[in-house]
Design a protein around this ligand. Structure first.
Ligand SMILES: [Zn+2]
Length: 210
C-alpha cells in the first residue's frame, strides 16, 4: 500500500517535471511592438539548452504610422539553422488583408496589424572542450549514453580525462537576436533578444516566461 502511494507520488512528479520542461525548456513566447523608430520587445525570450530544436513564438503589433515589408533574421554566433512560419488567422473570412511571409520577409505590414511568428531553431552541436561548431571530420565519443564530437585528438583527450567538467558544454549558450528590418530603409523595426541558457539553468533561473 505504502509503496503504491510512493509510486503514484513519483509519477505525479515525473509528469509535472515533463510538463515544466515542455513549457519552459524548449519553447518561449515573446511579444513586441514594430515601430519605424526601432520597435520594442516586451522582454527577452529564454530558451533552455540541450534540446535538438526549439520553438519561439513571437507576436508583434504594428504601431502607426509604420507600414512596409520587414525581413526577419536570427542573428548571433555560432549561426543557428532556423525556419520561420507566419500563422494565418484562425478564421479567415477574406475581409481583412493579411501580411504574407515569403523567404523570411513579411510583406504588407500596416498599422495595427498583429502578427504571430513561429521560429523553429536547430542549434549546432559544439565541441564541448573548445566550443567549436561541429563539422565533418570531427571525432566522436560517447559518454553516459550521449554522443560528443571533437575537432581534434587533443580536445577528445581533454574530455576523456574529465568528462564531467565538459559534458554540459556541447550546446550553445548566450544571447541571440530575432531582428526585423524594414526592407526599404534596412533599419531595425523590432529586435527581440533570444537567450539560450546553460544546461540545467532553464527550469529555475528564468522564472515564468510568458
Ligand atoms: Zn576542439
Amino acid at each position: 500500500m505504502k509503496t503504491k502511494k510512493i509510486i503514484i507520488f513519483l509519477l505525479v512528479i515525473a509528469v509535472s517535471y515533463l510538463a515544466a520542461t515542455y513549457r519552459w525548456g524548449d519553447s518561449a513566447h515573446s511579444i513586441g511592438l514594430i515601430r519605424a523608430s526601432g520597435g520594442e520587445a516586451r522582454h527577452p525570450s529564454f530558451l533552455g539548452s540541450g534540446e535538438n530544436d526549439y520553438t519561439l513564438i513571437a507576436t508583434a503589433t504594428v504601431i502607426p504610422p509604420y507600414r512596409g515589408d520587414a525581413r526577419v533574421a536570427l542573428e548571433g554566433e555560432p549561426a543557428i539553422e532556423y525556419k520561420i512560419y507566419l500563422s494565418g488567422p484562425v478564421v479567415d473570412l477574406g475581409i481583412r488583408r493579411n501580411p504574407e511571409l515569403r523567404g523570411n520577409v513579411i510583406y504588407g505590414l500596416k498599422p495595427k496589424d498583429r502578427i504571430a511568428l513561429w521560429v523553429v531553431m536547430k542549434p549546432p552541436l559544439l565541441d564541448p572542450v573548445c566550443r567549436m561548431t561541429r563539422m565533418d571530420g570531427f571525432l566522436k565519443a560517447s559518454y553516459a549514453g550521449k554522443d560528443y564530437f571533437f575537432c581534434s585528438e587533443g580536445c577528445a583527450e581533454a574530455f576523456g580525462k574529465d568528462p564531467e567538467k565538459y559534458k554540459n558544454n556541447a550546446h550553445i549558450k548566450g544571447a541571440y537576436n530575432l531582428a526585423f528590418y524594414d526592407t526599404k530603409t534596412n533599419r531595425p523595426v523590432l529586435s527581440v533578444p533570444v537567450i539560450f541558457k546553460g544546461k540545467g539553468e532553464a527550469k529555475d533561473a528564468g522564472g515564468h516566461q510568458h
